[in-house]
Structure formats: structure tokens, C-alpha cells
Design a protein around this ligand. Structure first.
Ligand code: IVH
Length: 667
């Protein structure tokens, strides 16, 4: 047997079955037979690794691990679309287009609510898949995209030599619900919605895990250079011949429309029918069909003039408010939660919704057993947005905000000018104690390996830990007596705690959990003050002098450091060897950009935007995001937007091109 020929044969056969199953929906062999073939291929590939093929059907099951996703430039920027929620504005757009391009006809499509992706094929083989990122640069997530079965790894001939197609990766509702059920059973945090889950999944390091999640993809845009036809709808049809799963006319996923009437009918149809789709859409997209007309209409700085999106208002459903409960966060913040009669909304079952705070409850004049309207916007948690007062029983009881903590019963406090209630019993309120420690050990904070929130709950429950500093006093004997703990896991935890002593000061400052001091604020404070002693010694004026520190944060810092418990906790941590000073860094006082406010725009060939921004900071410059009269200079790579260019020129801000930047920074 010629191994190479056999490998080729198996791969071709499996590619074909995959295509039939996942794209055409017309399988010709059983799942069992398919698995047998795949196993055979896997065995052969394992025995002959020299014939490795990155696009072999075996990559569908994943297995490779990507440590860091490389940031790469898009060959053509990935633009967004103009959008509107108003039918009137949509009609105005159509009329405008018809005036500018009288011959134009339109194609209507679904606006898939997922993660945008650009996929490149060279000589018919998938070579690269990149996320949208900031539009000019995205993450190379090829390994993970290769596991999505509806995306062909090899194109059916004849194919363009170099071809890029763009689309959206979505997670079907059924897979989303299954996954969240599993996570709930395992005590893991739930995903908020299918889009977040799809996006998180694509960034997983283990492609094997990605393969299991069941992502799907819909393609909607062929790039100009790989053009297959003279208009969009034909290009999409031809992409189908190449092996892509494309929207079908008979499902009404795509329609050719000649004007307002047919476009409106598409929009109205999907405003209702979207509720029965197995995945999320957030609107419809209307595109001018002919490429010639598209070219005539052109682009604005951000989006094409030949396409727009009509977005559906967030879906809203009536249901019954059964009760209101209150959650206590790690900072003592109290959040009221509406417990609802379960209702199917936007592809998931909603049982709870946030009520935010007392004012919100009062504004809704909420009563128990009210019929309430629940909406799922872009936010994570559904909201109660209204009440049907006509349905209210006279005897029903108004919701009165609690005055004592639901956990420790101490009186709640609400500061003047603030909307949130707080429980101030920091040291005696269980969710605050565990919450603070959970936060302290979390990945973005001290990243203590070997420990999770279940261990924290156990430790708090046994009275072994009450404050984060107590973690550093834990002994082997303390931990080995806990239920289910073996020597190995105890040693892992102790190692993790020990290793955390090396975490840099900015992480420690974030980890100790001061209200309003998130990771970014912590970074700014560290950069400005460089040591905990300096931060604690600063008065209000000195605190306000640091970048991004306003009244609220300054007041909070002062209040926090006035508390003797906080003082002693920080002292204990210093004693255990945690980092409370910024690492000694060469202060780049003599750099050409020290203290200069710099805007980075466009793409640079010799350095990625992120690297350039880090370099600017290292050299003592300050990255700012938008151009103002205070900007000292713009570093302009390729494709700097015309609006930025105009503004910089108008304000006389110097603009340096890539070569000039390299000279200035000695690159
Ligand atoms: S066309 C140059 N078509 O919506 C125009 N985009 O809000 C390329 N999207 O960035 C985009 N469904 O991620 C197009 N049928 C569709 C779409 C679609 C979803 C996304 C896409 C885009 C975003 C704009």
C-alpha cells in the first residue's frame, strides 16, 4: 500500500462526507461508518507523521494547543455597517441609494449575531482565519476555526488562487443551553449569551475543547480580490459551489429585492420569524447587489455606503414577578434580583432579571405578582423594563427595598448621591468574605493556582480564612484535614500561594479589592506613585494628580486607608513578602517622547500596534486614544482614517509616518 495515496484517498473521502453532512445536509453514510473512516485516518496519520496536513479532516476533532493568538493585519480592513432601528431611516437610505445608483437592486440577508471572521484560502486550502479585532488587526485563530465543521478546509475546484471570505461564527441555541447546563452542574460560571460563548470558545487554547462546543458559521461577504461574479448574490451562490454553507433562498435567509416594498416585507417577516431560528440574529442586512454600483457608492471612513443594517429592538416578553431577592457582592453592594415565572426569550429561558437598585424598583412601582416586561439587550443579564399596571391585583404588595443585609442582617447604608445600598459589615458577612477572597485569588488578580471558589468556601466555612492575608498563614495541617483533600492538592495550593508572592504590585493592589479600583486604575496608581506607602501617604490633591483618578476614586482610597483593619491587613501582607512596590525600571527620562501624548493610528508593517503602544509607555510616552489639542503627535501607519487625518491637520498635530516613527524611536 502506498501510504501517501491511501492518506489522500481517506482525506478526500472524509472531506466529502463532512461537506455532505454539515453543509448540504444530505449524508450518504452512517455516523458509525464515518467514525470508522476517521479512526483509520487518525491511526495512519499517527504512524506516518511525515505526511502531516494542516487541513486533514482529523483537525476537526482538535487537539492542538495555541498558547498565544498572534495579532495579524487584515489585508482589507474589516469594516462595520451603518445601522438603524427605524424603518423610516431605512427607507431614506434606500431612496438615497436609488438616487445615487438608479439601477441598483438589493440583497437582504440575516444579521447573524456572533463573532466576525475573515477566512483566507490559498490554492484552495484554508490558510488563515482572523477575528475582526479593531478592524485593521485581529487574532489569528486558524487552529480553532479549522474545527468548525461547516467551514471547508479545502475548496471544491475550480477555486480562485487567493481567496478571502468573511462571515460570522455563531453558537446555536441548543448547544448553548447544553453547555450552560453542564457548567451549572460543575459549578462553573455560566455564559451570558450565545455570542459571548462563541467568542470565548474561539479564544480557548485547546482546539479539542473548541471542537466539542459545536460552533457553526454563516458566510456573507466575498472580498473584492477573490471576486467570483459581477454581483453579491451570485458570489454567494458560487461560494456555495466552493463548499461553503450559504444562506438558502427557500429558507428566506437571503432574498433579492428590487426596492422598498420587498425589503420591508423581508424585515417584517424576520422581526417575527427570528424567534423560531435556532441561532441569534440581531437584525437584517441590506446590500446593493451589483459590484459596479457598490463601487460607485463607495465607503465612508467606517462602513460601506452600499450596505446597511436594520436592527431589531431587543426582544421583550411579558411574565410574572414572583419575588424579589437580594444578592450581596464582594464589596458589600446589594443587588435586587427579580425572580420570574420562566419565560422563553431570545433563545434562552429567563428566570431571573436584574432590578439594579432601589430607584429602579421605585421607578417601576413594582408589586409582587405584577405582569412585568423583560428585555434582553446587549447586556449580560436580562432587565425588567416595564410593568403592565392594568393586570395588577388591588391587594398586591408593593416591593419595599430591604433595610438589612439578607446574609448577616446588619443595617444597610446608602450614601447620598449614590444609587447602591451597601452592607458595611465587611468582616462578618459571609458573601463579602468569600467574595473578597475569590477576587483575590482570581486569574487577573493574584492568580493562585490550585485554588477555586469551592476551596475558598470550604476555608471560610471552617473559619480558617477570613481575609486574603490569612491565606499566607495556611499550613499543610490546616488543609489536609479538609474533606476530599489529598497531599498532592494541598501541596499544589501551598505552592500556588507561595508563588503569588512574586505577583507585581499592580496586581496586588487590584487583588486587595478596593471599591472602584479595577485593574486599569491599579495600574495607573502604581505608575504614578510606585509604592503602597506613597499611595497611602497621599492626600486628596496628590491622588487627583494621578492620571484617571477622579473625586470618587480618591475619596474611596482615603476612606479605605483610614480603616485600621485595612492598614493591618496590608502590613501583614508586606510582612509575608507580597510586592508593594513597582519593580525598579529604568526611568526613560531622556527619550524623545517622554511625557508626550501620542495617538497611534493605522497599521505598521514593522511592529504590531500593541508592541508599539507598549514601547511608547516604556519610553515614557503616554498613549491616548483620540486626537485633541493636547495631543503631541500622531504615529500614522497605513490606513489611518480620513477623519483622524483631518482632525490632526486642523489642530496642527504633527503626523509621523512609519519611517519617521522608526527614526524617532531608534527602531
Ligand atoms: S456585511 C463590508 N452581512 O455585522 C461589509 N455583516 O455591524 C461587511 N454581520 O461587521 C459586513 N451578519 O460582523 C454583513 N449578513 C451580514 C452580516 C454581517 C452579521 C456583522 C458583521 C459586521 C457587523 C456590522
Amino acid at each position: 500500500m502506498d501510504v501517501q495515496i491511501e492518506l489522500e484517498r481517506l482525506r478526500t473521502e472524509l472531506h466529502e462526507h463532512n461537506h455532505r453532512y454539515y453543509t448540504l445536509d444530505t449524508p450518504v453514510i452512517s455516523d458509525y461508518d464515518f467514525d470508522q473512516l476517521l479512526k483509520k485516518l487518525e491511526q495512519l496519520e499517527a504512524a506516518y507523521p511525515e505526511f502531516f496536513d494542516p487541513n486533514s479532516p482529523t483537525v476537526r476533532v482538535g487537539g492542538s494547543v495555541t498558547k498565544n493568538f498572534e495579532t495579524v493585519n487584515h489585508r482589507f480592513p474589516m469594516l462595520s455597517l451603518g445601522n438603524t432601528y427605524s424603518l423610516e431611516e431605512l427607507q431614506e437610505w434606500i431612496i438615497r441609494v436609488q438616487k445615487l445608483a438608479p439601477e441598483a437592486t438589493f440583497v437582504c440577508e440575516l444579521k447573524y449575531d456572533g463573532v466576525a471572521i475573515g477566512i483566507q484560502y490559498v490554492n484552495g486550502a484554508l490558510t488563515r482565519a482572523v477575528t475582526r479585532g479593531d478592524g485593521t488587526q485581529g487574532d489569528d485563530i486558524t487552529t480553532n476555526v479549522r474545527t468548525i465543521k461547516s467551514i471547508p478546509l479545502l475548496l471544491n475546484p475550480p477555486f480562485p488562487e487567493d481567496f478571502e471570505i468573511r462571515g460570522e461564527i455563531v453558537l446555536p441555541h441548543a448547544r448553548f443551553e447544553d453547555l450552560n447546563k453542564q457548567r451549572q452542574n460543575q459549578g462553573l460560571p455560566l455564559f451570558a449569551n450565545p455570542r459571548n460563548c462563541a467568542s470565548g470558545t474561539l479564544k480557548l487554547q485547546d482546539s479539542g475543547e473548541v471542537a466539542k462546543r459545536g460552533l457553526d458559521a454563516y458566510l456573507y461577504y466575498v472580498l473584492p480580490e477573490g471576486i467570483l461574479a459581477s454581483n453579491h448574490s451570485e458570489s454567494i451562490a458560487l461560494a456555495g459551489n466552493l463548499g461553503f454553507k450559504i444562506p438558502k433562498t427557500e429558507d428566506r435567509f437571503i432574498a433579492n429585492c428590487d426596492g422598498i416594498e420587498s425589503i420591508m416585507s423581508f424585515v417584517e417577516y424576520w422581526d417575527i420569524a427570528r424567534k423560531n431560528l435556532p441561532f441569534d440574529i440581531d437584525g437584517v442586512v441590506i446590500k446593493v447587489n451589483s459590484y459596479k454600483a457598490q463601487e460607485d457608492l463607495g465607503f465612508t471612513a467606517k462602513s460601506p455606503r452600499w450596505a446597511t443594517a436594520f436592527k431589531f429592538k431587543a426582544e421583550r416578553m411579558p411574565t410574572i414577578l414572583e419575588s424579589v431577592t437580594y444578592q450581596v457582592g464582594r464589596t458589600g453592594a446589594i443587588t435586587p434580583v427579580a425572580n420570574l415565572k420562566p419565560v422563553w426569550l431570545g433563545g434562552t429561558t429567563v428566570k431571573r432579571a436584574s432590578l439594579h437598585n432601589e430607584d429602579q424598583i421605585a421607578a417601576l412601582d413594582l408589586h409582587i405578582w405584577d405582569e412585568v416586561y423583560v428585555e434582553k439587550g446587549g447586556e449580560i443579564i436580562p432587565k425588567v423594563v416595564g410593568v403592565n399596571v392594568d393586570q395588577r391585583e388591588e391587594s398586591s404588595q408593593r416591593v419595599v427595598f430591604i433595610s438589612n443585609c439578607p446574609e448577616c442582617h446588619s443595617p444597610l447604608s446608602r450614601h447620598e448621591g449614590e444609587v447602591q445600598h451597601y452592607c458595611l459589615n465587611e468582616d462578618g458577612c459571609e458573601p463579602q468574605i468569600s467574595g473578597r477572597i475569590d477576587h483575590f485569588i482570581s486569574r487577573k488578580a493574584m492568580d493562585i493556582m490550585g485554588m477555586g471558589s469551592e476551596t475558598v468556601a470550604l476555608l471560610v466555612n471552617k473559619g480558617l480564612v477570613k481575609r486574603p492575608a490569612d491565606l499566607y498563614e495556611l499550613t499543610f495541617d490546616d488543609l489536609i484535614q479538609l474533606d476530599g483533600f489529598k497531599e498532592k492538592s494541598v501541596l499544589n495550593i501551598l505552592d500556588g500561594i507561595e508563588a503569588s508572592k512574586q505577583q507585581p504590585f499592580e496586581r496586588v493592589l487590584f487583588a486587595i479589592g478596593i471599591r472602584h479600583v479595577g485593574a486599569t486604575v491599579a495600574k495607573k496608581l502604581v505608575r504614578h506613585f510606585r509604592s503602597m506607602d506613597a499611595i497611602m501617604a497621599a492626600d486628596k490633591e496628590e491622588l487627583l494628580a494621578a492620571e484617571e483618578i477622579g473625586e470618587v476614586i480618591a475619596d474611596q482610597l482615603l476612606t479605605t486607608f483610614q480603616k485600621p483593619e485595612r492598614h493591618s491587613e496590608i502590613q501583614r501582607m508586606q510582612y509575608y513578602g507580597l510586592q508593594f512596590e513597582a519593580e525598579i525600571q529604568e526611568q526613560a527620562t531622556d527619550s524623545a517622547i517622554t511625557g508626550k501624548k501620542i495617538v497611534v493610528s493605522g497599521v505598521f508593517n514593522s511592529i504590531s500596534r500593541n508592541e508599539l503602544k507598549t514601547l511608547i509607555e516604556t519610553l515614557g510616552g503616554v498613549n491616548v486614544s483620540s486626537i485633541s489639542s493636547k495631543t503631541d503627535c500622531v504615529f500614522a501607519g497605513e490606513g489611518m482614517g480620513p477623519a483622524k487625518l483631518k482632525k490632526a491637520t486642523h489642530l496642527n498635530v504633527p503626523i509621523l509616518n512609519e519611517n519617521e516613527v522608526r527614526t524617532l524611536l531608534n527602531l
